[in-house]
Design a protein around this ligand. Structure first.
Ligand code: PHE
Ligand code: FE
Length: 288
């Protein structure tokens, strides 16, 4: 995602749009090894968990086992499939810069990789989260359009001062979204597919609520950045998600200014309840 504030310029060495060279030749063997460890762990886990669009994207881009992918190589196929490309950035970028890249079908990805001693804990998204997590879905034409539309919508929300509500939509779809399929719920969110523990928790644990996706409801629901989610929203299809966001959000933003937030673990009478979570995990963590 993106960092707060948008008045500061790019750091030294970065271009005006905050991009840098990936510097692929500069990765060490140890860094490639971290990618391979994470890649193998996730690809063993994700069949029957991640949605077909993700698994097919992973395959199509050949985000291979032999190390950190070279953006120049994966961009050839990504551009051919959906007109998207991946650009390297030094870390989190200002909201405006982030949205402008998305609106132009460029996905800003961190260039660095986590340390071997912090395989599961990350403060800032690294190249594994950004590329393994996000980029496979960008090979799907419908999701590709959704991400571009989100970038345009982000620039508008920024001008209106209503980014907090829109950010929740990103969180509960792009990062932590689930997709209904005839075989059951499947993962498409990058925050889940790039995490070993949450790939299990999101689908199997009895603790979190799993609710049918409702645009305005999602935009009223706060989220946690420090732990597993307490609620996941399940979309009927990627096309349904795109369709729901085609409308002008102006009327929604006006209503959101008056309607309050919904407590994170609440279930409303109007919710489509797929799992009524026990919230046992969240309760246990709160008591620690
Ligand atoms: N339709 C939204 C708007 O009018 C833009 C948007 C599209 C936002 C897709 C999010 C996702 O602001
Ligand atoms: Fe992300």
């Amino acid at each position: 995602m993106s960092a707060d504030g948008f008045n500061q310029g790019p750091p030294p060495g970065a271009r005006a749009d905050w991009t840098i060279d990936q510097g692929w030749a500069g990765y060490s063997d140890a860094e490639h090894q971290v990618w391979m460890t994470l890649y193998e762990r996730q690809t063993r886990l994700l069949p029957d968990r991640a949605c077909d669009q993700f698994l097919q994207g992973l395959e199509a881009l050949d985000l291979h086992r032999s190390g950190i992918p070279d953006f120049e190589r994966i961009n050839v196929e990504l551009l051919r499939l959906t007109g998207w490309s991946v650009v390297a950035v030094p870390g989190l970028v200002p909201d405006e810069v982030f949205f402008d890249h998305l609106a132009n079908r460029r996905f800003p990805a961190g260039q660095f990789i986590r340390k071997p001693e912090e395989l599961d804990y990350l403060q800032e998204p690294d190249i594994f989260h950004d590329v393994f997590g996000h980029v496979p879905m960008l090979t799907d034409p419908v999701f590709a359009d959704y991400m571009q539309a989100y970038g345009r919508g982000g620039l508008r929300a920024l001008q209106r001062g209503q980014l907090a509500n829109l950010a929740r939509l990103y969180w509960y779809t792009v990062e932590f979204g689930l997709l209904q399929t005839p075989q059951g719920a499947r993962i498409y969110g990058a925050g889940i597919v790039s995490s070993w523990a949450e790939s299990i928790f999101a689908l199997d644990d009895p603790s979190p609520n799993r609710l049918g996706f409702d645009l305005e409801r999602v935009m009223r629901t706060p989220y946690r950045i420090d732990d597993f989610q307490q609620v996941y929203f399940v979309i009927p299809s990627l096309q349904d998600l795109l369709d729901a966001t085609l409308q002008d959000f102006a009327a929604i933003y006006e209503r959101l200014e008056r309607s309050g937030d919904i407590p994170i673990a609440a279930i409303l009478p109007t919710d489509l309840v797929l799992t009524r979570g026990t919230q046992a995990y969240a309760a246990k963590r709160a008591a620690q």
